[in-house]
Write a protein that binds this ligand. Structure first.
Ligand SMILES: C=CC1=C(C)c2cc3[nH]c(cc4nc(cc5[nH]c(cc1n2)c(C)c5CCC(=O)O)C(CCC(=O)O)=C4C)c(C)c3C=C
Ligand SMILES: [Fe+2]
Ligand SMILES: [Fe+2]
Length: 364
């Protein structure tokens, strides 16, 4: 086997710092065949479905990939926009905004790119492009504020798998979480407050809904549950809410085993009978709106709540490419790039030699 190296390497190519933001991924089109490809890659990841491999492969190919692609394609068709999947377009917009801000503050030495863990643009293809552009220092920021092995560690696996085939590795930093990063909490708080000010009132309850994971993963040591609760607590404190005015729930169950509770859908069905008839729902774990928020929360769960006797349901969009979100990401990037030694250029070396010589001369 031969390791991949940069092609056409030039000694005068300036060394750059790469910032790679990543998200989960999305199908290429809202069609059965695109969904079969996408779900086939996603659900075959052992970080996502932790089950005996052979048995799971039989279930995945024998049952799930026969029936789910059609159903999922219909759901995606429902949220698809002329520009494509919302998750893809928001992530591209986040890349553009972040890139503008970094260029304005640090010049052209920093290249910002985005990649998807599943589907396209793939992590491997984007790492290749970054290497060709002369990126020798790489910061990866998965846009998952709360760490989970099923998302964050899976992203790390994809980067590491690419590195095992690469000849010249970049210096490397990886952000594992930012669930309690103050600018992220502040961005969400101001985003929510803006809605409440526009509407002139707060709901009876703010529901903070996160994507679920099987409870087994928590029992086996995944910190995700804990990080979701911490994000919620910090956000509620910042918004000045008392304990009756907010709650944390978990959405998107898959399969038969127990997932993190309380479930968002069951909560929505039961709140009206407990006297809660007005809710706002916000999803702190989703950095972009996507199928899970647009269809599952704003459509399905709205229906559950209203059918159960609810009177007002407001979905608060994800932070997407909001200015405050970009500020929060910018501060995360700058914190993580800080103190990273940069190779000195010949001019730098010459200048510091002259300064040292001048200082010694002054001392003498
Ligand atoms: C099968 C198990 C799954 C686990 C574990 C899981 C964890 C997990 N997922 C996200 C974020 C997203 N998931 C999205 C879609 C999605 N998720 C699963 C399954 C698991 N997720 C499936 C099967 C799907 C596809 C949709 C479907 O067929 O129902 C998305 C949306 C992508 C989009 O294109 O819009 C996101 C985002 C997190 C954060 C997480 C664990 C913390
Ligand atoms: Fe998911
Ligand atoms: Fe879902």
């Amino acid at each position: 086997m031969s390791y991949r190296g940069p092609t056409g390497f030039r000694h005068d190519q300036p060394e750059k710092t790469g910032v790679l933001i990543t998200n989960l991924g999305t199908p290429d089109a809202p069609t059965k065949s695109a969904l079969r490809r996408y779900l086939g890659e996603f659900l075959a990841d052992p970080r996502v479905v932790e089950a005996p491999r052979l048995l799971w492969r039989l279930i995945l190919h024998g049952i799930i990939l026969r029936f789910r692609p059609k159903r999922s394609a219909e759901a995606y068709a429902n949220v698809w926009e002329p520009a494509g999947s919302p998750l893809l377009t928001y992530t591209a917009e986040q890349r553009d905004r972040l890139s503008e801000r970094l260029r304005a503050r640090h010049g052209d030495d920093i290249v910002v790119a985005f990649a998807m863990r599943y589907g396209s643009p793939s992590i491997a293809s984007v790492l290749e492009e970054l290497q060709q552009q002369g990126v020798r220092r790489l910061l990866v920021l998965p846009l998952y504020p709360q760490y989970s092995a099923s998302t964050t560690a899976s992203t790390f696996d994809a980067i590491a798998a690419d590195f095992t085939r690469r000849r010249w590795l970049p210096e490397f930093r990886f952000v594992t979480h930012y669930h309690d990063h103050e600018p992220y909490i502040e961005a969400m708080a101001r985003h929510i407050e803006t809605r409440w000010q526009e509407r002139g009132q707060r709901p009876q309850k703010l529901i903070l809904s996160y994507h679920g994971i099987p409870k087994r993963y928590l029992l086996n040591g995944d910190p995700y549950h804990c990080e979701c609760h911490k994000t919620s607590r910090l956000l509620a404190e910042r918004l000045g809410l008392d304990d009756t005015e907010w709650m944390t729930t978990f959405q998107s169950r898959f399969g038969r085993e127990e997932w993190l509770q309380p479930y968002t859908d069951e909560t929505m069905k039961s709140l009206p009978e407990q006297g809660v008839t007005s809710v706002d729902v916000f999803c702190p774990g989703f950095s972009s709106d996507c199928l899970e928020t647009i269809e599952e929360i704003d459509q399905e769960n709205r229906e559950y709540f209203m059918e159960a006797g609810g009177k007002a349901f407001h979905y608060i969009p994800a932070l997407n490419a909001d200015e405050r979100h970009i500020e929060a990401l910018l501060s995360l990037v700058e914190n993580n790039l800080a103190g990273w030694p940069r190779p000195e250029s010949d001019a730098d070396v010459l200048q510091s030699r002259r300064q040292r010589a001048a200082a010694m001369g002054a001392d003498a």
